[in-house]
Design a protein around this ligand. Structure first.
Ligand code: NDP
Length: 274
């Protein structure tokens, strides 16, 4: 019987993870079955328990459950511990291992696919939810000139920044603190684009030559990317590359092999634009 994996989320109907992992499995000759499971907002723990009890080997976790997944684990990787959020789970008897591959996926997409290394750049991260938590540590490891985290609920951004206080301490704030600041890389890690909304951004935050990156992806430019283009950002990127790269990292955790991502990313891009 095939080894079973899944992605838990709400909503999850838009998820491309089943197609990505099917492509990885075919490429790496791994016998796995991967499905998307829509979880009721108050039913995450039960869904995880049922899936593991039925023989599930591992899972991805997407919004809004990454912080809840963190609390359900018996063991954590160092990067998940630091993030306080889990996007990859491994089930083995009573052991529930939690990892977080979002940051590695984002940094691979920025540094390799988009040739935009973070070292020395002024970086603004929008959002303080599960996705943002996963990428702060890897962004800081890449040695930006500075990192500002802005969130609608400013206290969440301040708490997140506090969690990573160190040599290059990030600054947490609200959107009303942003006027007058300017960045080389602006990353939208909010779920605003999912609802067709734009975070309340002021004018003037995009430096000449800057990159605007939305973790969301779709056929049309998101409201954030449309705003960035209008504000003069030099480069626009959506989160399709991050999606494929974080999935490759999860596949590595589960199966011990990191698949080649370029052909899978190209396949998804064609399907998205069809
Ligand atoms: P969460 O639900 O954990 O967090 C949502 C975040 O978005 C919070 O910071 C929230 O702010 C903010 N937010 C929601 N609506 C608005 C709005 N209208 N204006 C401003 N801020 C808003 O979600 P995740 O962190 O898990 O996911 C965030 C996004 O990232 C999703 O779109 C998801 O699809 C995407 N993602 C993409 C990945 C990829 O591989 N491409 C990987 C992971 C995530 P507040 O705290 O104030 O409520």
């Amino acid at each position: 019987m095939s080894d079973r994996y899944c992605v838990f989320g709400n909503p999850v109907g838009h998820s491309k993870s089943p197609a990505i992992h099917a492509a990885f499995a075919a490429q790496c000759r791994q016998d796995i079955r991967y499905e998307a499971i829509l979880v009721p907002r108050d039913g995450f723990a039960e869904s995880v328990r049922d899936f593991a009890a039925a023989g599930g080997r591992g899972a991805n976790v997407t919004l809004p459950f990454k912080e809840e997944a963190y609390g359900l684990t018996t063991r954590l990787s160092a990067r998940a511990e630091l993030a306080g959020a889990v996007n990859t789970m491994v089930f083995h008897h009573a052991d529930v291992f939690g990892d977080n591959t979002d940051g590695a996926g984002l940094l691979f997409d920025l540094g390799v696919n988009l040739s935009c290394p973070i070292a020395g750049k002024r970086v603004l991260l929008l959002g303080a939810g599960g996705a943002a938590r996963g990428v702060v540590g890897p962004l800081l490891d890449a040695r930006p000139a500075n990192l500002v985290i802005a969130n609608r609920a400013a206290a969440r951004a301040e708490d997140l920044a506090q969690r990573f206080a160190g040599a290059t301490s990030p600054v947490g704030c609200g959107y009303t603190d942003l006027p007058g600041m300017c960045f080389d890389v602006v990353i939208n890690a909010t779920s605003a684009s999912l609802g067709g909304e734009l975070p309340p951004l002021p004018s003037g935050i995009f430096a000449p030559g800057s990159l605007a990156y939305d973790m969301m992806y779709g056929r049309e430019a998101t409201p954030f990317l449309a705003f960035a283009a209008q504000q003069g950002a030099a480069r626009l990127a959506d989160g399709l590359g991050m999606l494929v790269e974080q999935a490759a990292e999860a596949f590595l955790v589960w199966r011990g092999i990191r698949p080649a991502t370029a052909p899978v990313l190209a396949m998804l891009r064609v399907a998205l634009e069809r």
